[in-house]
Every structure is written in structure tokens, then in C-alpha cells.
Write a protein that binds this ligand. Structure first.
Ligand SMILES: [Zn+2]
Length: 112
């Protein structure tokens, strides 16, 4: 049986929360690594400077936080019985797009 929109949101939320927890753990680990070194992290022997890795993880973390907020908003709207519509043109968001991205806020055309 196909999952409902609300079920997809819930599943996606679990995945996003898991991703966020993992990213936060990686940031904690990285912070520990940085504090254990001298300040020449631009010469990391593994190639990628720790400061770059930090920026990358921080960007992913922010994106995960944003996704969670969008999923919460989508879940609240679904609970109110609202049909998801595009925030830009007002058209209903196609089921296929919602299946792939349950927190989509724009239709396919507006997202492009
Ligand atoms: Zn649109």
C-alpha cells in the first residue's frame, strides 16, 4: 500500500532528524580534533583543511535544520487537511513531486 502524504512526511522527518544528529556528532568530533591540534589546520596531512570540512558540515547541518522546519510545517498543514500548494504560483503540488519530496513548497515549474 502506498504511504499517505502524512506518513511520507513522518518518514522523511525521521530521516532528516537522523541526518542532523549524525552531522552534529561529526561537528563535535571535528571540534575535538581541532582543539587537540596546533593552529596549523591548513596543513592537515589528509588533504582537506579542517576549517573547510567544518564549513561543509555546518552548511549541511543548517540545511538539515531547515528541512526539519519545512517538514514540521508540512505536517501541520497536512493535519489541518490542507492540500499542498505552490508558494509561488498557488497551483496544487503534484503527488509525484510530494512523493519524492514531501516538504516541497513549490511546484516543479517554479522550483526549476
Ligand atoms: Zn508553482
Amino acid at each position: 500500500m502506498e504511504p499517505t502524504h502524512a506518513e511520507r512526511i513522518a518518514a522523511e522527518r525521521v530521516a532528516a532528524a537522523t541526518r542532523l544528529a549524525s552531522l552534529e556528532q561529526q561537528l563535535v568530533d571535528l571540534r575535538a580534533l581541532r582543539s587537540g591540534e596546533s593552529d596549523d589546520d591548513e596543513h592537515d596531512p589528509d588533504g582537506v583543511p579542517l576549517s573547510e570540512e567544518w564549513s561543509r558540515l555546518e552548511g549541511l547541518r543548517e540545511s538539515a535544520v531547515r528541512t526539519l522546519a519545512e517538514l514540521d510545517a508540512a505536517a501541520a498543514a497536512a493535519a489541518r487537511g490542507e492540500v499542498p500548494t505552490c508558494v509561488r504560483c498557488g497551483a496544487p503540488i503534484p503527488a509525484g513531486r510530494l512523493a519524492a519530496r514531501p516538504h516541497a513548497r513549490t511546484c516543479v515549474e517554479c522550483a526549476a
